[in-house]
Design a binder for this molecule. Structure first.
Ligand code: EPU
Length: 337
């Protein structure tokens, strides 16, 4: 374990933004993590996981800790259920593929989401009708005040839509070390209700889908809509889908009868931010080396060499325009640093 100075973070964030860390260290074990916190007590620290949910707008004047804890273990199992622990530094999609190779069900709809296991609970990652919280049993965290390892159960985490206590009260107080998942070994429960999955499975001519088929369908849908961060820098959905009141929705629908929406409860309607941004005219807009993805308006992209400030400015322009046109606030999903 070696602390390096003045390191570019370009390859450590999926937006591919070239900012520098004042200091940088890759941490491979809990003991290393504890020893850094003891020896570097006074230096400000910045925790970096997969770098897939952040927009870096400036150099990081701190010691960047790259969490590189690796390992996947079955901790216990019954006839039908298996508990699998994955360490924080495991790549999310590679972990999902591991579960599918073992025929363990529950994570197939979350295939191809960028990022690492350790950051997945922070924003309760979700896609195609499934969220992390559906299979999350617990996680172990390092309490940064006491340097003790603690366990958070599912009910302790305050999971919500792209939200958890790790974004709220517990922010900056813990480092997630590993996550324990409760998965099925048989009688897998398939979530194929999400429209695009049904039609993709039909297209694949699959009549009785397996969890592996669902994963393949999800991968194919994602690849057709979402840019691969290895090719075009991006952070997935840049904004959250706004949830508005029924009154506000009826007014919107009056002006735009075709507006897609999901009813969450009597007075909560979710409207796709992608639709609002597209209708505001931003889809596919290119401003030099950055812009809005041409197939999914929710995704802002860095074509190479853009600065975080450029992308932040574009996001603010989008927010302002959407507010002016629809009277709806859309909040960033990514963390702006
Ligand atoms: N839409 C548009 N224009 C666009 C994009 C979407 O009109 O440019 C419309 C679509 O036609 C559809 C609706 O919006 O009627 C929903 O679109 P989609 O199914 O693509 O999903 P989304 O709501 O835009 C969310 C997640 C994605 C996740 C998909 C699939 C959020 C913020 N985003 O997007 O998550 O993959 O559902 O479940 O909730 C991510 O978080 O990084 C991410 C990609």
């Amino acid at each position: 374990m070696q602390i390096q100075n003045n390191i570019s973070l370009k390859h450590y964030n999926t937006f591919g933004i070239d900012v520098k860390a004042k200091q940088f260290v890759s941490v491979n074990s809990i003991d290393e993590l504890k020893s850094i916190y003891k020896s570097e007590k006074h230096s400000p620290k910045f925790i970096l996981g997969g770098g897939s949910n952040m927009l870096l707008t400036k150099d990081i004047d701190a010691l960047v800790l790259h969490i590189n804890l690796k390992g996947i273990n079955i901790t216990s199992q019954t006839k039908d259920t298996v508990f699998v622990q994955a360490k924080a530094g495991e790549n999310w999609h590679e972990f999902v593929l591991w579960t599918l190779d073992n025929d363990f069900g529950g994570l197939e709809n979350l295939s191809l989401i960028p990022g690492n296991v350790g950051t997945s609970p922070i924003q309760n990652i979700g896609a195609y009708g499934v969220e992390l919280k559906d299979t999350f049993e617990s996680c172990e965290v390092l309490n940064l005040e006491t340097l003790e390892v603690e366990t958070f159960k599912n009910s302790d985490c305050g999971f919500g839509y792209r939200n958890s206590i790790f974004k709220q009260n517990a922010k900056d107080k813990y480092i997630i070390l590993n996550v324990l998942f409760k998965l099925t070994k048989k009688h897998h429960i398939l979530n194929t209700n999400y429209g695009a999955i049904t039609s993709e499975l039909e297209h694949m001519k699959v009549l009785k889908p397996t969890i592996q088929d669902v994963s393949k369908a999800v991968i194919s849908i994602r690849q057709s809509k979402l840019p691969n961060p290895k090719e075009i820098g991006n952070s997935g959905s840049f904004f959250k889908n706004p949830i508005i009141s029924e009154t506000a929705f009826l007014e919107l629908q009056n002006n735009f009868p075709k507006v897609p929406h999901y009813v969450i409860s009597k007075n909560e309607i979710k409207v796709p931010a992608g639709w609002l941004i597209e209708t505001a005219g931003f889809k596919g807009k290119k401003l030099g080396n950055y812009g809005v993805h041409k197939k999914q308006a929710l995704v802002l992209v860095n074509y190479g060499g853009a600065s975080g400030k450029d992308i932040l400015e574009l996001s603010r322009l989008i927010q302002k325009t959407v507010f002016r046109l629809f009277d709806i606030n859309i909040d960033a999903e990514v963390n702006i640093i």
